[in-house]
Design a protein around this ligand. Structure first.
Ligand code: SF4
Length: 328
């Protein structure tokens, strides 16, 4: 029955954490998965228009992606991720996301909203997929098969991230997500920690191609996904307390890792305009960098961030560091 059903997944936010698992899972259930196009000006403009003013830029972009899928699919998948590691929660905007979308956009197809709260029970991750699968099939074995195939695809994706590859969207092919290796590895280049939420960093439009820009400047960008879970755990021990929010913790732990264990020449913290948690994370990163005498720069991304302005700031920062290191 499911063969002709189209389910849409917005290409933003938690997409960059889970997409191989989700696409494999739904496809194994026989659904046709439609991923929204890579973020572009129209999607950004839709989002800005449809979302409340004080939302952060990634949430606005999310609304734009929902608009882009609206007339193309039978369902849109907007899970309510409460906790995904059993410890921290996601920021309140993730928790209210399905309701925010329902209130802001009219005439939506049916939303597939399911709660994932890993805090409650160790099995909640698998139960989440079971509940999702039951919406489309009563065949329990098919659901478990789809789940395990999804897990396999997700594991492979995480290994690729650890090896330094990162997801990028081919503009011409809506569905295509390629894993491409970062350049300059192994060269005598500047090494910079680039700390950001994955949905900002891997979205070429939102981040104004920040990774590519740095690589063109002969920089090796080091990101949080390059760090093994074991090393992140070690870095986390240095803080007396965790923050409340999952992605913010990843950023601050990655910062501590690059300050203590894997030396870099500087830190760039990319924050999203309108992000509440980032107000705290940015200060923490700045203080830790200052304590370690590490050059630090904040880049704030919003809907007006221009290519030239960002390029000039990055160039000034990297030139200064290159001179300091004797690379120019
Ligand atoms: S963590 Fe910040 S950027 Fe991400 S959704 Fe929450 S407020 Fe927005």
């Amino acid at each position: 029955m499911a063969e002709s059903i189209k389910i849409g997944i917005p290409r933003t936010l938690y997409f960059y954490t889970y997409f191989p698992l989700w696409t494999t899972f739904f496809e194994e259930l026989g659904l046709k998965v439609v991923i929204s196009s890579p973020t572009n000006k129209a999607i950004m403009d839709y989002g800005v228009k449809e979302t409340v003013n004080d939302a952060c830029i990634p949430i606005k972009v999310f609304h734009g992606h929902v608009m882009a899928l609206k007339n193309k699919v039978d369902y849109i998948f907007i899970p309510r991720l409460i906790s995904i590691d059993g410890k921290a929660t996601l920021c309140p905007k993730f928790l209210g996301l399905p309701d925010m979308v329902k209130c802001s956009i009219d005439n939506l197809p049916e939303l597939i909203v399911e709660n994932l709260n890993f805090n409650r029970h160790w099995f909640d991750f698998s139960r989440f997929y079971y509940r999702l699968g039951r919406k489309f099939t009563s065949n329990v074995w098919r659901i478990w098969w789809a789940y395990f195939k999804g897990l396999y695809a997700w594991k492979r994706y995480k290994k690729q991230l650890l090896k330094g590859l990162y997801p990028t969207s081919a503009e011409s092919q809506d569905r295509e997500i390629a894993m491409i290796p970062r350049r300059n590895q192994g060269c005598k280049s500047l090494k910079l920690a680039v700390l950001a939420y994955p949905y900002v960093l891997y979205d070429g439009f939102m981040s104004v191609n920040l990774i590519k820009k740095l690589e063109d400047m002969n920089v090796i960008p080091c990101v949080a996904d390059d760090i093994s879970p074991g090393d992140l755990k070690l870095a986390k021990r240095r803080l007396p307390l965790d923050l409340f929010w999952y992605y913010s913790n990843q950023v601050i732990w990655a910062c501590l890792h690059y300050l203590d264990k894997e030396k870099v020449d500087g830190i760039i913290h990319v924050t999203a305009f309108g992000c509440g948690p980032d107000a705290m994370v940015d200060k923490l990163v700045e203080l830790e960098a200052k304590k370690a005498g590490m050059p630090f720069m904040t880049v704030t991304i919003d809907e007006h961030t221009g290519d030239t302005g960002l390029h000039t700031r990055l160039e000034a920062f990297t030139d200064m560091l290159k001179k300091k290191k004797g690379l120019v």
